[in-house]
Ligand binder design. Sequence first.
Ligand code: ADP
Length: 575
Amino acid sequence: MVDTAPSTNSACSIKPGYLNNFCMTGANTSILDRWSDNQYLVTGVILSLFVWIVSYNFVSRDEEQRFQEAADQAQQIAVFFERHVVGIFQYGDSYLKLVRREYVRNHDVGDIENLMAEVPLNKSIASHITIIDEFGTPLLVSGYEIRPGTTARDRDYFKFQQNASGDQLLVSRLHKGRNSGKLIVSLVRRFAKPNGEFGGVIFLALEAVHITEFFNTMNIGPQSSATLVGTDKYIRARSHWGSQEPGQNISESVIWQNLAQSAVGIYLQTSVVDDVTRYYAYREVPGYPLIAAIGLSVEDFQQATEVSKLNHYSIAFLATLLIVVTTLFFSRQRQLLTQIEAKNHELQSQNDELERFNYTVSHDLKAPLVTIKGFLGLLKRDIDAGDQQAIARDAGQIGDAADRMAQLLDELLELSRIGRQMNAAENLDLAELVSEAVERVSIQLEERRVELRIAAGMPAVRGDPGRLLEVFQNLIDNAVKFMGEQESPCIEIGAERDDGQVRCCVRDNGIGIAADYLDRIFDLFDRLDARVEGTGVGLALVKRIVDVHGGRTWVESRGEGFGSTFYFTLPAADS
Ligand code: ADP
């Protein structure tokens, strides 16, 4: 039968309002409309990555900027520290020289006491003045009683000045004053007797704590440090952080290598004094054998950047959350649209099929009606003529046509039930299913003496047992029906796994099918040979059942006289 069904309307014109919204013509759709749900997800991931890369860059730049600021700050404080030290030492040395000049005039400590009453020592810088004679015996310790028996003979500064050739300023190591009990750094100068011989030393005791106390009031991190160290590698004063022995030797520090390169600089080091890692800005103190260093703790510095890091990453996190939610929303939206489009398409093909079906059914059902009408005319004429034989023939033809119409209607009803009336899918043993189908057509098989070959080890499938039985029964029945004059009729039934599905086949060596008809024979009422009994519904039924199972049906034949092989796929059984 040639399909002359009228051409169908376009999907958009026949669908009611809501679905029309999703009928896309391509010309007026945006890129977003054409994106798949996966493209949305990939875009989401890319956007999120972008957000994190930008945030990471911000954080790195911020850290770099903060480090630069901290380094600048450390260098500025080091400049201040250096000037502060120069100020203290200049003051101390001037005072020292003043006292020495006064003392060498008369070698009378009373003059010094008078001088110090007139020009008092700045106590926020220096602790006291001490005069020691050539034997190491203290003659004056301003502001303190001299403890009997004390001597400076064993002190390095004394020995140094005793052996010095000329007038030199010595900055002593940090030590505890024997009279004051304070940690002091002394500025020591010698004085000569009138005959030019060594007459003793005068020193001014600077309280170490005053040298760095400015730093303790600065709020630049609890683990930061200010250190004044001599070129002899011994610490003279240090702001307090952690436990420390005063006046350590820091010859292990990398500051000496840096100093060899430049008098001013910055470097990173874990302190040899307290194990804190710091950025150190250092400067040589001009005119004195001293180096001033300001250390900024990396940990303090990182804590300061932590807040900004947290802010940036919180914003990135919120942005990512927003992207994820938006992406999921659009992706879901797309999935729904895809589903609606698929449904729309399915409805459209069902609509086309229905129209074809209407046309075919009305056309094929008319045929018996035409027969009945024709023979009714003849019957009337034969009754008038009283021709009993003709009357019986007419009645027989009318009966046959009515039977045929009834059979057509029954089979159509059966076809319409598929999909609506299905049993629950279950795992099925194909061998059992095939043997039951064979049982049902056993009479035809025996009559035609057909040899049956059923493959061993067929895989299990999943589906409606009743409907799949109909499929095999129809195909085996057809194979026998269209065996033709074949002398050794043979039907082979087999099944094998194919890409997650099971592909079944029913092969015969019957009359075969011409290439032109291979596509058409699954259509309703399509029959190639009107002489062979049948309605042309069987293969339509087979195709519909396989379709409902999500499978595909097709036939292969090398042409008339070469037999036919019917294939169909079914879901494999759940493992
Ligand atoms: P029916 O068997 O009732 O005629 P079917 O839908 O089962 O209807 O078959 C449609 C037509 O397909 C048949 O009339 C026949 O021409 C052709 N056909 C079906 N099975 C075979 C077969 N095994 N070998 C050759 N032709 C076949």
